[in-house]
Design a protein around this ligand. Structure first.
Ligand code: AMP
Length: 278
C-alpha cells in the first residue's frame, strides 16, 4: 500500500487503471471501525481501493474544530493496509486548494441545506460537495462509499451525483456502533469519561422513538417530545423526522421515517449526530 500526498502522482498511478473498478472511501482520518466497514466493503467490491484522508478546511465554520480535529495519519495508514486498501491519499491543504477564498464551489440546493446540519453549519455542505467532487475527478473512481451516520451528507452527495452526472455509484454503508449503542465517530475522542452517559442519550432517544412507533404511535410531536426528554442534560441542536428518500418533513405514517438528532455534550461541547429509521 502506498501513501500519496500529491494529486499528480495519484493521477499517474491511476492512469493505467482506467479499465479497473476503483473504489473511493473519502474520510477525514482518525479512522475507527465505522470507517473500516466502508474500506472493507470497497476492497470486496473493487479491484483497487483509494482511501482519502483529508481534514477539509472548506467544510468547517470559523468557530468549529478544524484546528483540533484529530490527525493520526500513521495509525490510519496501518489500518488501511491491514484492510487491503491500495492507496491512502493524504494531500496537504495547499495541494487541494491554492486559494480557499477564490474557489469554485459546488453548492447543493437551498432546500437540501436549509435544515438539520446544513442549518446549524452554514457553508458546511458546499465544502463537502466541493471536496467530494474534487476527489471523484482526481481518482476517477467508479464507486464511492459513504456512511449512513452522516445521513444528510449521503442524501446531498447522491443528489449531486445525479444532478451533475458524475459517473460514480454511491454505496451507502450502515452505522457502526459501540456495544452500548454509541455511534462511532472521530469526535468521540473529545468526550470525557464522565460524559459518555450523556453521549449515549442520542442512541437511547432514537431507540425509544422507534419503540413508540412499533407500539403504533405516529404523532411526530409525541415522538420528538419523548426523545427530547431522554436527551435532557445535553444541548440539543435539532431533532427532526424526515422521509429518508426525499429528506422532506415526515408527513404520513405510511411513509418511512428517519429520526435525526444533533446535540452538544458537556463539558467539552462535543457536537454529536446520530439517526435511525424509526
Ligand atoms: P468522516 O471521517 O467523519 O468524514 O467520515 C468518513 C466517512 O465515514 C463518512 O462517509 C461517514 O459517514 C462514515 N462514518 C463515520 N462514522 C461512521 C460510523 N459510525 N458508521 C458508519 N460510517 C461512518
Amino acid at each position: 500500500m502506498k501513501i500519496i500526498h500529491k494529486i499528480e502522482e495519484l493521477k499517474n498511478i491511476l492512469k493505467d487503471k482506467r479499465t479497473l473498478e476503483i473504489g473511493l472511501v473519502p474520510t477525514m482520518g482518525a479512522l475507527h471501525e465505522g470507517h473500516a466497514s466502508l474500506i472493507k466493503k470497497s476492497v470486496e467490491q473493487n479491484d483497487f481501493t483509494v482511501v482519502s484522508v483529508f481534514v477539509n478546511p472548506v467544510q468547517f465554520g470559523i468557530n468549529e474544530d478544524f484546528d483540533k480535529y484529530p490527525r493520526t495519519l500513521e495509525k490510519d495508514a496501518k489500518l488501511c493496509e491491514n484492510l487491503g486498501a491500495d492507496i491512502v491519499f493524504a494531500p496537504a491543504v495547499d495541494e487541494m486548494y491554492q486559494d480557499t477564498k477564490e474557489l469554485t464551489l459546488v453548492c447543493p440546493p437551498y432546500s437540501a441545506i436549509n435544515k438539520l446540519c446544513g442549518k446549524s453549519r452554514p457553508g458546511h455542505f458546499d465544502g463537502v460537495a466541493t471536496v467530494v467532487s474534487k476527489l471523484f475527478n482526481i481518482t476517477g473512481c467508479t464507486k464511492a462509499y459513504f456512511g449512513q451516520k452522516d445521513a444528510q451528507q449521503l442524501f446531498i452527495i447522491k443528489k449531486m451525483v445525479k444532478d451533475l452526472n458524475f459517473n460514480v455509484e454511491i454505496v451507502p454503508c450502515p452505522i457502526v456502533r459501540e456495544n452500548d449503542g454509541l455511534a462511532l465517530s472521530s469526535r468521540n475522542s473529545y468526550l470525557k469519561e464522565e460524559s459518555r452517559e450523556d453521549a449515549l442519550k442520542l442512541y437511547k432517544a432514537l431507540k425509544y422513538a422507534k419503540e413508540l412507533r412499533q407500539k403504533g404511535i405516529n404523532d411526530r410531536q409525541i415522538l420528538c417530545d419523548s426523545a427530547l426528554k431522554i436527551l435532557e442534560g445535553t444541548l440539543v441542536d435539532y431533532i427532526e423526522i424526515v422521509n429518508p428518500e426525499t429528506f422532506e418533513d415526515w408527513q404520513d405514517e405510511k411513509e418511512p421515517a428517519l429520526m435525526l438528532i444533533a446535540a452538544k455534550i458537556a463539558p467539552t461541547d462535543t457536537r454529536l449526530i446520530d439517526n435511525m429509521e424509526i
